[in-house]
Structures are given as structure tokens and as C-alpha cells.
Design a protein around this ligand. Structure first.
Ligand SMILES: Nc1ncnc2c1ncn2[C@@H]1O[C@H](COP(=O)(O)OP(=O)(O)O)[C@@H](O)[C@H]1O
Ligand SMILES: [Mg+2]
Length: 420
């Protein structure tokens, strides 16, 4: 049964705004004032997917409610709304692999709704940590809606034909965010065989590349998959580099690479691909396989022009509906609506300018998500991750009722993400 009702224990003004947003998104919002009310609700309704609790006021009541959510075999994720300073003091930022989450005041009801949507999706997605992040065999897809088919990961590529717009930065940090804070299994692929620096920016030297592995396979007769070749980063993200040198890439036959990326969806929830800025044969086959193409655009004429060109190319390749812009270095006075109009792509999120944070994190071989978890720019990355999760396509066509089905079908009323 889809868990599409949300219990809310917030002060009246917040309750009204949040309930309105959730109702607009198609969820039933149910106010609860006391632990007793919550108890009655939980015993009569099985479809409460998330409870939003107030982590600041009347903390005793909150604790009582929280334990009701996790009593016996019940495990309903809580979204705890707190002040940013409280979160800092509790040292809770950046916790991994828990289904409860925190949301800091002040907030907009709309951003809270995005978070709730993402939590509801995660609650519906069966994750099996006992496989150590790898599913070896995929059961035959049966008639059931939640077959292994629907667990296939999403292929997200990060592309803009212009260099320096933040492709690598966004690929690395979105991968870390999904893995660390969202409990997702992530394969981060550096497909930039010319100037790729995913591994070096994560402090990983001399990793075995796909070109190395496939060359070895020629003599050994083996045929290694991407999850076998990938190297683990300390963040938990599996990192895969195509080639160390821009020469000797003949073995990276585009079709074979595309097949390998597609197969990796069985072992990972997300395959995030950082691309070299070109429209060559390798990139074209990868475009074809992508579920979503994230296009970082900085608010300057060359980057906007490059994105407009990409939009035109995408029409020809029939992938235009997969494009989603991320306005990078967004706090420069240009409005997102203007950028959407000019570029002709819906914006998925904005990432502010972060000074030297990304460079400093890379110098230490870590993502900024790990190194600077409390910085505002990481909130931006988190919002991007939440939107990616909330707008994820079911990877296999279902009859409209799969776990992602509840999020499909034009309910999206946020103008900044409405498909153009
Ligand atoms: N939002 C941002 N704030 C600050 N610096 C950024 C931001 N986005 C990217 N950068 C920096 O800009 C430079 C180019 O980014 P990069 O991700 O390598 O671009 P691309 O992969 O598109 O060539 C890097 O030094 C990176 O640290
Ligand atoms: Mg790059």
C-alpha cells in the first residue's frame, strides 16, 4: 500500500503552510496535537509514510511521538524540524543511513514538501544493505509491482559542452550526498577521458581504470563489470575512472561502455556520470542511456550559449525531456526564471557560489559534502539530491502504480521544475 499520508505536529502557522503544500502535492496531511492523538492515528491508519515533528518546542511531547513511530515493528521515518543552531549543537548534520531526517528553521513550506516527497520515496524503496552494496543476481521479474526491475538504479549524467561550469564539482558532490546522507548506493563514473579529475579530487591515486581492466581481460579471458572494477572512496561512493591517459582509449568501445553503464544499474541506486564536454560517439551513446541529464549552467553568456546549443542538439537526439538545468554559482543577481526562459530548460536546483570550499575539499581528497557538511552550499546540494530523488523516473515502464507511480503524472506545481 502506498504510504501517502503525513502526520504533522507543528505550530499552527507552519502547520497551515505545510499542509497546503502537501495537499497540493497529493498527500493527505493529518494534524496531530498530542502523543495520544498520534497513537490513535497510527493504530487506525497503515498509510502514514512520514511524521513531521517539532524538534524545538515541547520536546517531551516530541520524544513521546518519536518513540511511537518506532515502537515494536513500526518504523515510520520522522522529519524533525529544528533551528539550524540546534542541529549544529546536536552534531547531527551529515548522519548516514538513518531514515529519520532533520530540517532546519527557517524554512519554506515548499522545500519541506520536497524533502517529505523524497522521504516517502525512500520509505517505499526496498534497500538491502546485507548485500554489501552489490546485488549479484537479479531475480526473475515476476508479476508483482515491486519486482527487482523497479529497483534498477537511475543513470544521471552531468553535462554541458562548456568547461568550467561545475560538472565535475556537481557530479562528485551529488554522488557523496546521495551516498552519505540519503543512504543510496552510488557509482560515480569519470567518463572524461581527456581532462577527468574525479579520482584525483577525491584523493584517489593510481586507481585501476576501465581501460586497464578491459586490457587485462583480453589476456585473462575475464569480463569484469563496472562494479568489480570500481574503487571504493572513504565516503562509501564507488568510483570508476574510464582511462588514465587520453591516448590508448580504443578499447573503450562506446557501445560496450554504454552497456556496462546500463548493467551497473543493477548493483547501484544511482550511476552518476561526469562527462567530457564534447558530442563524440561515446557521449552520444551515453546520452541515449541516461535517465536524466543534469546541465550545470553558470550565469554568464558563454555557459548559457553552450546550454542553448545543447538544448538544440537534444531535440535532434530526442532527449530534450531528460534535460534539467542546475544554476551553478547562482547568487550573482541573475534570476533563475530568466535563466530558464533564456536556456529553455527547467531548473532543478540552484547551487550558490562557495568561494574556495570546493577547491579546499578537493585538495584534501574529499567531497565538500564530507568536509563542509554544515555550509549553506551543501544545503543546495541536498536540495538538488532531494529533487533528483523526487523526480526520478521509474526505470521500467510500469502500469502506473509502482512505488514511483505515486509521484508521476503532472502533479508538479513548482514553476521552477515544471517541464517546459
Ligand atoms: N558553486 C561553486 N562555487 C565555487 N566554486 C565552484 C563552484 N562550482 C564550481 N566551482 C569551481 O570551478 C572550477 C571548475 O569547476 P569544474 O567542476 O571542474 O567544472 P567542469 O567539470 O564543468 O569543467 C573548479 O575549480 C571548481 O572548484
Ligand atoms: Mg570536469
Amino acid at each position: 500500500m502506498p504510504r501517502s499520508a503525513v502526520a504533522i505536529a507543528l505550530p499552527p502557522a507552519e502547520l497551515v503552510a505545510v499542509s497546503a503544500q502537501l495537499a497540493e502535492a497529493g498527500y493527505e496531511a493529518i494534524a496531530v496535537n498530542t502523543a495520544e492523538e498520534l497513537e490513535v492515528l497510527l493504530s487506525t491508519r497503515r498509510d502514514i509514510g512520514v511524521a513531521i515533528l517539532d524538534g524545538e518546542n515541547d520536546f517531551d511531547r516530541t520524544i513521546e511521538m518519536y518513540s511511537l513511530l518506532h515502537e515494536e515493528d513500526r518504523n515510520i521515518p520522522a522529519l524533525m524540524v529544528v533551528a539550524a543552531r540546534a542541529l549544529d549543537r546536536m552534531g547531527l548534520a551529515g548522519r548516514a543511513r538513518v531514515s529519520d531526517e532533520y530540517f532546519t528553521r527557517p524554512y519554506s513550506a515548499e522545500s519541506l514538501r520536497w524533502r517529505v516527497e523524497a522521504m516517502l520515496i525512500r520509505a517505499e524503496v526496498p534497500t538491502d544493505d546485507s548485500t554489501g552494496g552489490v546485488i549479484d543476481t537479479e531475480p526473475e521479474p515476476g508479476p508483482a509491482i515491486d519486482s527487482a526491475e523497479s529497483r534498477r538504479g537511475q543513470i544521471v549524467i552531468v553535462f554541458n559542452p562548456k568547461g568550467g561550469v561545475g560538472k565535475t564539482t556537481i557530479a562528485v558532490n551529488i554522488a557523496a550526498m546521495l551516498q552519505i546522507r540519503k543512504g543510496q548506493r552510488v557509482l560515480l563514473v569519470d567518463c572524461d577521458t581527456v581532462t577527468g579529475h574525479v579520482a584525483s579530487s577525491l584523493g584517489m591515486e593510481n586507481v585501476r581504470t576501465v581501460a586497464d581492466a578491459w586490457t587485462d581481460d583480453l589476456s585473462s579471458g575475464a569480463s569484469e563489470t563496472f562494479s568489480e572494477i570500481a574503487s571504493p572512496h572513504t565516503s562509501g561512493v564507488s568510483v570508476l575512472v574510464m582511462a588514465e591517459s587520453p591516448l590508448h582509449t580504443e578499447i573503450l568501445e562506446p557501445k560496450r561502455v554504454a552497456e556496462a553503464i546500463t548493467s551497473a544499474r543493477q548493483a547501484f541506486d544511482w550511476v552518476v556520470v561526469d562527462m567530457h564536454p564534447d558530442y563524440g560517439p561515446l557521449n552520444q551513446v551515453i546520452f541515449e542511456r541516461a535517465d536524466k541529464i543534469i546541465v550545470p549552467v553558470t550565469p554568464d553568456v558563454p555557459a548559457i550559449r553552450a546550454a542553448v546549443q545543447l538544448r538544440e542538439v537534444a531535440v535532434e537526439l530526442q532527449i530534450r525531456d531528460r534535460l534539467a538545468m542546475v544554476v551553478n554559482r547562482a547568487n550573482s543577481g541573475v534570476s533563475v526564471a530568466d535563466m530558464e526562459r533564456t536556456v529553455g530548460m527547467p531548473a532543478l536546483a540552484e547551487v550558490r557560489s562557495a568561494g574556495m570550499l570546493f577547491v579546499r575539499a578537493a585538495n584534501e581528497g574529499r567531497s565538500a559534502v564530507e568536509r563542509f557538511p554544515k555550509e549553506k552550499v551543501i544545503d543546495d546540494i541536498e536540495q538538488l539530491a532531494d529533487r533528483m530523488i523526487a523526480t526520478a523516473e521509474p526505470s521500467v515502464a510500469k502500469t502506473g502504480s509502482g512505488f514511483l507511480g505515486i509521484f508521476g503524472g503532472g502533479r508538479n506545481t513548482n514553476p521552477s521544475v515544471r517541464a517546459s
